[in-house]
Design a protein around this ligand. Sequence first.
Ligand SMILES: Cc1cc2nc3c(=O)[nH]c(=O)nc-3n(C[C@H](O)[C@H](O)[C@H](O)COP(=O)(O)OP(=O)(O)OC[C@H]3O[C@@H](n4cnc5c(N)ncnc54)[C@H](O)[C@@H]3O)c2cc1C
Length: 356
Amino acid sequence: MTAVDYVVVGQGLAGTAVAWHLRWRGCRVLVVDRGDPDSASRVAAGLVTPVTGKRLARTPGYDELYPAAVAFYRRVEAETGRHVFTARDAVRVAADERERAKLSGRTPSASAGVVYPLARARGSPEAAEGSRPPLAETEVDPDWFAAPHGAFALSPAGRLDVPAYLDASRAVFAADGGFVAADLDPGRDVIPEPDGVRLPRFGRRARGVVFCQGFAGRSNTWFPDLPWNPAKGAVLTLRIPGLAEERVVHRGIWLAPVGDGLFLAGSPYDRDDLSPTPTARGRDQIVSRLREFLRLPFDVVGHRAAVRPVVAGLQPVFGFHREYRRLTYLNGLGSKGALTAAATAAAVVDLLVCNF
Ligand SMILES: Cc1cc2nc3c(=O)[nH]c(=O)nc-3n(C[C@H](O)[C@H](O)[C@H](O)COP(=O)(O)OP(=O)(O)OC[C@H]3O[C@@H](n4cnc5c(N)ncnc54)[C@H](O)[C@@H]3O)c2cc1C
């Protein structure tokens, strides 16, 4: 048995950030991932946006989470030699006069302020909903987009190239034996002991395990009662001849340039069908919403779907097993993993390193 400090199960946005923070704290880490091609992280567009959702409120804690995310991705870039995060303001096209009033800050916000997401339980429900400061008006090209109610700058914003980030991180982990591609069975492969865990099939002993399985964690027998509220989403890849917009454009759905004349578009929320299979319904929802504001014809050249790991409360959750404290999980990154993973994983690693 080789000793490591921690085993991280899952190398999506959650597990990758946990592994980096552990490594930066001097821990020896083994990451185990089975390579689900339709995990949320492999399908996600990686958008980091201050204002989302129907309320058009600023994401609670954004002013702390965004700089933490950028600093984290820049450090990963320095270690991997690969560019993964592009900071660029995005645009929100107002769908009607009501939205325009909200975006320009003319309607009073229900919020009392912002709170750090993990502190939701301590903040008032109002504060946790986010504030609604006025946004600056911006232009979109009228040949490309219909915006009769105006457009507003979303700032600061950016996009994580998630596959590049995951692959580059994996290469660094694998280079020193810190990564293994395998399907780990939590109930059979992880044997808790008083001072740690044993993973006989992997020939490892560790101080603890962090399960970062996303929606697949729903079948983890150590943690059967997370309050799941998952939501399937879909992303289309589009070819849009003549469109040279470099910003991500939001209008209920979003359209994101990814280079080579290609754009990603998404993403609906489906709480009934929780399979990762792309559906005609998901595709039609995106296409019809897109046609409401995109003036150019387009071809759909790709279509993927995945389930967002959302839990009740809409915030990331970290927990210890009731009896075996060396078994822990980080999950619930929901629809904002690219924004929240860095700061959340840093907080988790603080807890781990201080407790074990
Ligand atoms: C359509 C869609 C679009 C999205 N767009 C955005 C966006 O633009 N911006 C944003 O911030 N977020 C977005 N999200 C949300 C984002 O994808 C999630 O917040 C994030 O990816 C969750 O990461 P995770 O690591 O918790 O889970 P996952 O991405 O599901 O990763 C879990 C990993 O664990 C591995 N695994 C699971 N079980 C095992 C096991 N037993 N053994 C070994 N390995 C295992 C899987 O292979 C996988 O690699 C989107 C999600 C969807 C579905």
